[in-house]
Every structure is written in structure tokens, then in C-alpha cells.
Design a protein around this ligand. Sequence first.
Ligand code: TUI
Length: 326
Amino acid sequence: MQREMQGVSEKMIKTPICELLGIEYPIFQGGMAWIADANLAAAVSNGGGLGIISAMNADGEWLRAEIKKAKSMTDKPFGVNIMLMSPHVEEVAKIVAEEKVAVVATGAGNPTKYMKDWIAAGIKVVPVVASTAMAKLVARNGAAAVIAEGGESGGHVGEVTTMALVPQVCDAVQIPVIGAGGIADGRGVAAVFMLGACGVQLGTRFLVAEECGVSRTYKDKILKAKDIDTMTTGKRLGHPVRTLKTPFAKEFLKKEFDSSVSDEELEAFGAGSLYAAAVLGDEKKGSFMSGQIAAMVKKEQPAADIIREIFEEAEQVLAGGMKWVK
Ligand code: TUI
């Protein structure tokens, strides 16, 4: 009965988000900057999830080319993630409307000033939120769903954990909620479903998808990481980022606590660090952003296999097969 209320059918996990977006599995691939391109997004969409291209800090024409490429690689719906701190945000906001992508996810800020145009173009807008206040605001402005992302996730993070954020966002809004942050397998999916979510977004696990073109160094670091191997940097600058504990990240944190280092110097020290990690695989200058569940990511495999494996496990767990029941 309770499962029926959440829209979870007995045999296969179909939730309201599947119906809303026309996807097979209720899973989004996170829009990881410098990483989530047309190749990865198309592989995830072809595997039955929602693939997402990251617009990150790139200009509009780069994004348009990636959207066209993804359209040529899949006839399934896919999305674009717009990082609201991008210097090209106005331009990329127009391009997603022109290209009429199925879904726009947003991150790192308040998307409301763009939402009317996106909705008018027939786009489903699904913002990432890190608080109930932002969830309510975007719901009032016509969001189709929200992604409640806890601080366990990689990259730019809020303060509230997934465990605390997801149920509070579910109580705050009437639209579907997708849980994110700290999810790597079927147990995580089942857990956020129990908190009221009807979908999940995963980033770190998709970093090691075979179709993910991130640097070899980045993939190897994720595959080798332990539970305590992430830290947050950038709090002083107002945009905390969860990243693997590397000598670069530790040096950044040291500078954050050094009052002789100005904010401008700190910004300059961090500039280009995700590109250095994701594209160049540069261990010295790279910021290897990762969620706290990197240690649960154990092998490289096709995106479609990742999705299938996760949902097979989630179905078992949701059917009552809890790990401690021997
Ligand atoms: O955006 C992300 N993750 C990201 S963005 C990114 S690129 C970057 N690089 C260096 C510094 C900063 C960013 C790497 N990873 N996730 C979605 C997310 N959005 N997490 C948290 C939020 C968020 C935070 C505050 C959403 C809304 C929000 O609203 C604040 C306000 O009131 O404007």
C-alpha cells in the first residue's frame, strides 16, 4: 500500500518521474562539469536513465554542438545542467530553449529568472536545491520536479545531508523529488525512496562508466578512494566544493585559513583546477571532485550495466531483502 502511494510497482521500479519524463528507470546522471558530455549523456539515456550534458563554464556554441551530437546518438530524452555561476549563463539559457532539450537541471544558485522562458519552450525544469526554501521557490515558479542534493555529493555542496534534506524537501513541495548525494548502489536508491523521493541522481558512480571520457587518472583515483578520502574546500569563498583529499586540495585548505592570502589569490589558485583534473589528469593542479561514496565505486562498466545493476539491487532491498536479514 505504502509503495503504491510512492508510485513503486511490485515488479519493476516505475515512479511518477518515469512517466513525467518518458524514461525507463528513475535515475539521472549528474551534470558533472568538464565530464558530462554528449557521449556520457547519450549512453545513460540509451541505458534507460536520464543522461545530462553539463553546460559548466563553456560558451553557447560548445553546448549547442554537444546537444546536436547527443540528439544524433540517442532518440531518448536527455537533459542539460546549467551551472548558474557560469559566465556564459545568459547565452546557454537561450540555447537550451532554442534546442528544446527535454529537461533543464540547474545547480549552484537560483534559476527562477530563466524558468518562464524554458517552460514556454516546453522544457521540464528540474533544479538542484540544497534547502527547503529554494525547493518551495522553484516549485512556485513552475519546476516539474526538484533534485534534493545533500552535502555527501561531489562538487559544489550545500550544508544539509541527504538523510536530513530529502524528507524535508518532500514535505515542503508537492512536485516529485529526486534524491542525490551519497548514493552509489541499490541500497542508496531504496533509502531515499523510503524518505519520500521517487528518483535518484548519481554522479560519482557514472564517473567510471566506460563511456565517460574523464581522464584515466581521475577514474583510477575514484576506484582507489576510501570512505574518508574526500574533504570540502572553498567555504571561505562562499562555494564549498567536495573533492578528493589530494596535496592540491590540502594546500587550498591551508591557504583558506591563511589570512595573508587574499580571496582573489585564493580564487586564482583554484582557477582551472577541475579542468586540470578532468581533462588533463594533472595530479598537482587538479581538483578531483567526488562524492563521499567513491569507495563504493569498484569497477568500470558500461553506463547501461550500472543502471541495471543498481535497480536490480534496489528492487531486492525494497522487496524486504535488507542487508542485516540473514
Ligand atoms: O552545482 C552542483 N555541483 C557542482 S557545480 C561545479 S562547478 C564549480 N566549480 C568551482 C566552484 C563552484 C562550482 C561543481 N559541482 N551541484 C548542484 C548544487 N546546487 N549543489 C548545491 C546547489 C545549490 C546551492 C545553493 C543550489 C541552490 C542554491 O541556492 C543558493 C541561493 O540562495 O542562491
